[in-house]
Design a protein around this ligand. Structure first.
Ligand code: TRP
Ligand code: ZN
Length: 876
């Protein structure tokens, strides 16, 4: 290795800060060559500090020092030391004012962290540790300060100058520049700081809170996009109302601003009063955005808004507590989306994502607890485990407590910790206090990695009319954690009688029988539950609503799964039974390529298709086969080709057996009238496009024409992109023409072009890698833009398994090249890409070698970033 191994940061080393910063005043002078930042920090010793040093170490990276003074006295060079990580001030007083001035170069910032330029505008991204690239500071979330920010910039180029809080002053200067001052009354950690400067237009609205505060709502975008903000604004207003009603939380400033930028590492950022968004999660019109896009906007807008209480008013003590704000806020946005749209479908989508990505992460060398114990680079821990499993962990607490006690718990949390930086333990304690329960054992969910597995057996005793469930829990070893304590697991179950109805449930010891669903609580490695007065042998429905993020093993027959698929009162469980059955059939086919489809399955499929009592959205979920990646996760050794072939075969078989029914569903679910992204229309479109996808497995010319017709006549991007994606799997002159025409039509819209790149990257055609490589040279592609990287490189490597995992290693070499190219520009994005090889051990020896070779090559490259180093080294 040609570099020092990066240091590891440990949770156990946490100490309160030695100094606090009560006030922070910042002056930005934004220029075309350089930006100057002046800071005035009011520092004092922290009375709660556990350690005392004479010197003070401030964070600061890539800052060019221009001046430094303490209490108005310029510092002489002996009294401080600057290195690549910060500034050490020697022998400081207990209370003082530090003034500094630095030069930074936002125009050269390709990392997109700190202050940078996106197109013509300046913007910031400070979470997690970006503020230290702006000025010297105690850049840790438990140091909360009151910020006042003054921005000076050219009025022509940057008429709009924004920062957190409320505007206090605007001054036009004689030299063509403008100076604006903002002040934020709420103390906040530096990671919530934001600044924006640009030639922007806003759409405006307002919201009145229950206490009567009138809040101005503004969404700022580049001038050509003002017509695409209405959906985001509506979502914001819905989110504000929902948080008032569901959590009793209202907004606390007079103005709430959202700014859309094109170059952004993640989805969006909850900076106090000034959210900065990836434009993908703001801009939408029926012609340019799909149903998924509309839903994504609604949920991300809500997520960032909800952070105002869960993240900003109450923040994290340290970055190990990241899930305190992220897990809770994801749970909140999931529930919001469930209330706005179709609750059952939302739950299925969330579980599908969790199983596909978080279960996979838990089974990988990168497995870590919801509250990690250590990290090299915190940016690597914005993971599906911290976010999505973190949300499940909050959901379980809500399930264990019930809705009312959960609400008392969050009320208590806001009351007890408002204005503070706290831990996940603090959150759980509020739940324990409000629910009057001991949740000590529950905390395992925060400290232990891995996906628990439940092995369940049922036994019906006809003579005694009892049914017993024997449940064993086990959690596989993960890096650094071999033996695990048993988890407290809420397991929701029901028992179906032979008509498919829920039995009344009487657990041994109950005085009255309950109905429907029962929440069992697992605490031991092995437990028995005995149900009494069970008149006939039931079919158990297990883990209803996905009551815990676990895997369940129960030896169902195919018939029982079909029975559950047809009758379970819980929509999630109906879907889950269908998935389990399809998975079984597909994996059998991988093992035996001659194995036929059980006829019962085709019938079950047909029944589902022709039963118009089912919500189309739910039906579309039920009829979607498990993804190739997820099927691979269920195998000892992933058989990339075998899975692909089996899944294609099953789709084709279903299509040819059920062609008529699929066509009928296709035609019956046409949505007429103007496009609307409401749950009912979204459901119909998704079912219809699923039917089209099945039908397009067949070579029939009339189906092909149907697809082309949908492409040409579609009045919304959902239908257009669905058709074009299916056509892009075919290597015909017509496909080439349509793709070219699509490009010509949309070349001015970067978000639409992202879709164009993605659908080509995910094409089933055998020459896809060549085409992806050619697209890297396309004038509309830019390796410096994270959305483009995700659309082309990310889509190919994570959305096209069979091509990415090509046996000759060409996909891996391609990814290795791109990671190294990206790492020099944007390590955060590079490190997300390198993760796609972290699970190399799951493949056959030849692929293992090929992936490993790329990881080693990356690791042996001089100057590789800390971000990429951590993932590559932990993977090997
Ligand atoms: N806190 C943001 C969210 O979840 C996530 C985020 C946005 C982020 N930008 C980032 C995290 C950059 C790390 C780095 O809403
Ligand atoms: Zn978040």
């Amino acid at each position: 290795m040609l570099r020092d191994t990066p240091a590891t940061v440990y949770l156990k080393d946490y100490r309160p800060p030695e100094f606090l910063i009560d006030q922070t005043q910042l002056w930005f002078d934004l220029g075309e060559e350089e930006t100057r930042v002046r800071a005035r920090l009011a520092l004092r010793r922290n009375p709660a500090a556990e350690t005392h040093s004479a010197d003070l170490a401030l964070h600061g990276e890539q800052l060019e020092l221009l001046s430094l003074a303490i209490d108005g006295h310029p510092l002489d060079p002996e009294s401080y030391r600057q290195d690549s990580e910060g500034l050490i001030l020697k022998q400081v007083p207990d209370q003082f004012v530090l003034e500094s001035e630095v030069r930074i170069l936002p125009q050269q910032n390709t990392v997109l962290e700190g202050l940078y330029k996106s197109g013509g505008m300046f913007c910031t991204q400070c979470e997690a540790e970006g503020f230290r690239k702006i000025t010297w500071f105690l850049d840790r979330p438990d140091v909360m300060s009151r910020f006042t920010t003054t921005i000076t910039a050219d009025r022509q180029r940057y008429p709009v100058l924004l920062s957190n809080g409320n505007p206090v002053e605007t001054v036009q200067l004689d030299d063509g520049r403008q100076r604006v001052t903002w002040t934020d009354p709420f103390p906040k950690p530096a990671y919530l700081f934001a600044l924006v400067a640009g030639d922007l237009r806003a759409i405006e609205d307002s919201h009145t809170t229950p206490s009567g505060r009138e809040v101005a709502l503004r969404i700022y975008v580049e001038p050509e996009n003002v017509t695409k903000c209405d959906h985001a604004m509506a979502a914001l207003k819905h989110a504000m109302l929902w948080d008032e009603q569901q959590y009793g939380r209202e907004y606390d400033l007079d103005i709430y601003m959202i700014v859309a930028v094109n170059d952004f590492n993640m989805g969006a950022m909850e900076n106090k009063g000034l959210n900065i968004f990836n434009s993908k999660y703001v801009l939408a019109s029926p012609a340019t955005a799909t149903d998924r896009d509309f839903q994504g906007i609604e949920s991300v807008i809500a997520h960032e808004y909800f952070h105002n209480w869960t993240g900003n008013r109450i923040t994290c003590r340290d970055w190990f507590q990241l899930s305190l704000k992220e897990g809770l806020t994801v749970f909140r946005d999931q529930e919001f989306s469930a209330d706005m749209g179709s609750r059952g479908v939302k739950r299925i989508e969330d579980v599908r994502l969790l199983r596909a990505h978080q279960f996979a992460e838990d089974a990988s060398p990168m497995a870590h607890p919801v509250r990690p114990d250590s990290y090299m680079e915190i940016n690597n821990f914005y993971t599906v485990t911290v976010y999505e499993k973190g949300a499940e962990v909050v959901r379980m607490q809500a399930n264990l407590l019930g809705a009312e006690a959960y609400r008392r718990g969050t009320d208590l949390y806001f009351e007890r910790f408002d204005g503070q930086a706290v831990t996940t333990d603090d959150f759980v304690q509020c739940m324990a206090d409000a629910g009057e329960r001991d949740l000590t054992q529950f905390k395992c969910w925060y400290s232990q990695a891995g996906t628990p597995e439940l092995a369940i057996q049922g036994h019906y005793d006809a003579a005694n009319q009892t049914y017993s469930l024997d449940v064993q829990q086990h959690c596989p070893a993960t890096p650094g954690q071999t033996d695990k304590a048993p988890f407290l697991i809420p397991l929701a179950i029901g028992l179906l009688d032979s008509r498919g109805d829920d039995m009344a449930l009487r657990l041994q010891g109950d005085t009255v029988a309950g109905t429907g669903t029962r929440m069992l609580e697992l605490r031991e490695p092995r437990q028995q539950f005995l149900f009494e007065q069970v008149a006939e042998a039931p079919v158990p429905s297990l883990l209803r609503g996905f009551s815990a993020p676990v895997k369940v093993r129960f030896d169902y027959s195919d018939e029982q799964l079909m029975f559950l698929m047809a009758h379970d009162s819980d929509g999630f469980s109906r879907w889950d039974a269908a998935q389990t059955l399809a998975q079984r059939i597909l994996l059998q086919r991988v093992a035996d390529p001659e194995c036929p489809v059980p006829s019962g399955f085709i019938n079950a499929f047909l029944q589902a298709l022709t039963d118009d009592s089912t919500d189309p959205a739910l039906l579309a979920e039920v009829l979607t086969l498990p993804a190739e990646g997820y099927l691979g996760d269920q195998m000892e050794v992933v058989d990339v080709e075998g899975i692909h072939q089996a899944r294609e075969w099953l789709k084709t078989t279903l299509a040819s057996e059920l062609q008529e029914a699929l066509l009928a569903v296709y035609h019956a679910n046409a949505v007429t009238g103007a496009y609307r992204p409401d749950a009912a229309s979204i459901g119909r479109r998704s079912l219809r496009n699923l039917a089209l996808a099945y039908l397009m497995q067949l070579p029939e010319a009339n189906i092909h024409r149907l697809c082309v017709e949908q492409y040409r006549s579609g009045n919304n991007m959902t239908d257009v992109i669905a058709a074009l994606s299916l056509l892009a799997d075919r290597d015909t002159p017509e496909t080439a023409e349509l793709l070219e025409a699509f490009y010509q039509q949309w070349q001015a819209d970067p978000l639409v072009l992202d879709k164009w790149f993605s659908l080509q990257a995910m094409s089933k055609r055998s020459d896809t890698l060549e085409r992806v490589e050619a697209l890297l040279q396309h004038p509309a592609f830019s390796i410096a833009n994270p959305n483009k990287v995700r659309a082309l490189i990310g889509a190919f490597c994570s959305g096209n398994g069979v091509r990415f995992h090509a046996a000759d290693g060409s996909g891996y070499r391609f990814l290795g090249d791109r990671v190294l190219e990206l790492d020099g520009l944007n390590p955060q994005v590079a490190s997300r890409m390198v993760r796609l090889m972290a699970r190399w051990q799951r493949y056959d020896p030849s692929r293992q070698q090929l992936m490993k070779a790329q990881l080693e090559r990356i690791l042996n490259t001089e100057g590789v970033s800390r971000d990429v180093f951590e993932i590559a080294s932990k993977s090997l």
